[in-house]
Design a protein around this ligand. Structure first.
Ligand SMILES: Nc1nc2c(ncn2[C@@H]2O[C@H](COP(=O)(O)OP(=O)(O)OP(=O)(O)O)[C@@H](O)[C@H]2O)c(=O)[nH]1
Length: 450
């Protein structure tokens, strides 16, 4: 089945480009596995992400949307120069002026005004798919176009394709130093997406920035560096994998199986991603990994809510684990409880990768049967130059803290009515804000009491 990617705003378009680039480069490698295996993998990957033209060119299944032309034209040109793939000639739409970091402008003005043209582009893309599995939209939460128009377009996709799956990849803004109204834009985005999306996959810019500096050893970190890490993580989920033991063909419905594994209840649809190992190409050449070591780290990252391998708190343990001498009750209380987890292991000696550590019922909410809380996908085919790699997609309490923080900051501003007039002038009323706060408080409460 195919996935249509909708790239929105500066952030969405820049990340979308890196995602297709990672996928295409990975596609063209030998994957350190037998040819037959690689052939099956490539066929499944191509069907998901690219249309192959009669002349053998790969054209991505994507729609590019922005309210200003610059980023889209840069993105198209980067893809054209890759020599490996390109965007469809008529799959983009841009205008002359952005949304000025104003969610209401994107949602109430630009979205409705350009809805017909945009949905037409999406329809044409959908018609090119033999079997449409669903949509992945990529957007930031903090700007105006990606967040506001992206939210509006998400609800249009929901209406126009009620049986297709919708995953929103959303980029959480840096905690400090960006636009003042980013917290408003973020709460408006999150609360509205919660109504129309099947799941929200979150990447926090601060976290990925740290991965770039501490794991990749990059000194002057650009958005391009950050986006490559995000794209690698997304690719590690969306490239083909075997989703059941003994399967002889790659999963044909990745979005469906992903939702089935991770979103058992509509109140819980915030997903986070962890991926190891992550390191510079130079270090990778001198490193070897065992599945045991990778999985042990990944498990501890999950329960201690560490977002990368650096600085994991090894004292945090599950409530049922025998307390070690140094651990304390607080270490138990720090533990990150999950609704569900999906592990994806890719690479050499995959038979040796045991996922038992993720099956402990103490990790999970008691209301879901343990067998439904954990899923595993595997493939012996390595991904993106990593001989072995392990990804964990989690529906857990891991995003509670950033969510609580962003809602708190937005509430403080709202209490003094700061900048609210910039939203009311486009039709978002104070009542709408209050509704958003209520929705998000409810989500925070649900995750807190897992
Ligand atoms: N990771 C990442 N974040 C980005 C990138 N570009 C912008 N951002 C983040 O996105 C937010 C701003 O959103 P943009 O995507 O620039 O805005 P937009 O959707 O184009 O909306 P307008 O500029 O208002 O038209 C900020 O939090 C930035 O940190 C990018 O390429 N990668």
């Amino acid at each position: 089945m195919s996935i249509i990617t909708v790239q929105l705003g500066q952030c969405g378009n820049q990340i979308g480009y890196e995602l297709f680039d990672v996928i295409c480069n990975d596609f063209h490698s030998n994957g350190l596995c037998p040819r037959k295996e690689n052939g099956l993998y490539q066929a499944a990957s191509k069907e998901r992400f690219f249309e192959e033209t009669e002349s053998g060119e790969f054209v991505s299944r994507a729609v590019l949307l922005d309210m200003e032309p610059k980023v889209i034209s840069q993105t198209l040109s980067l893809a054209a120069h890759s020599g490996k793939w390109s965007y469809g000639e008529k799959s983009q739409f841009s205008q002359k002026q952005g949304s000025g970091n104003n969610w209401a402008n994107g949602y109430c003005v630009h979205g409705p005004k350009h809805k017909d043209i945009i949905m037409n582009l999406v329809r044409k893309e959908a018609e090119k798919c033999d079997r449409l599995g669903g949509f992945v939209t990529i957007m930031s939460m903090a700007g105006g176009t990606g967040s506001g128009m992206g939210t509006f377009i998400t609800s249009c996709l929901r209406d126009a394709y009620p049986t297709s799956l919708l995953l929103n990849e959303v980029i959480w803004p840096y905690g400090t130093g960006e636009v003042i109204v980013q917290n408003y834009n973020s709460i408006l985005t999150l609360s509205h997406l919660y109504q129309s999306s099947d799941a929200l996959l979150v990447h926090e810019n601060d976290v990925i920035h740290k991965v770039c500096s501490q794991r990749m050893n990059i000194k002057q970190i650009s958005f391009r560096d950050v986006n490559k890490v995000i794209a690698h993580q997304l690719g590690s989920v969306f490239q083909p994998a075997y989703t059941t033991d003994g399967a002889t063909h790659y999963s044909r419905n990745p979005l469906g199986e992903l939702m089935e594994s991770l979103v058992p209840h509509p109140e819980f649809k915030m997903l986070g991603l962890r991926n190891i190992p992550q390191m510079s190409e130079h270090s990778l050449a001198y490193s070897t990994f065992t599945w045991h070591g990778l999985i042990k780290h990944l498990r501890q990252m999950l329960i201690a809510n560490a977002k990368m391998e650096e600085g994991i708190n090894w004292q945090v343990h599950l409530p049922t684990e025998v307390a070690t001498r140094n651990s304390s009750l607080s270490a138990e209380q720090l533990f990150n409880r999950s609704v569900a987890n999906l592990a994806i292991f890719r690479g050499k000696d995959i038979e040796g990768a045991s996922s038992e550590g993720f099956r402990d019922p103490a990790m999970y909410t008691p209301w879901l049967p343990p067998d439904d809380s954990f899923s595993i996908w595997k493939t012996p085919r390595s991904f993106n130059k990593y001989e072995k790699s392990a990804t964990l997609m989690s529906n857990s309490q891991g995003l509670l803290k950033p969510l609580d923080c962003i809602v708190g900051k937005a509430w403080n501003m709202f209490a003094s009515k700061a900048y609210v007039h910039q939203y009311t002038k486009y039709g978002i009323e104070e009542e709408d804000f209050l509704q958003c706060f209520t929705t998000l408080e409810q989500i925070i409460s649900s995750y807190s009491t897992l």
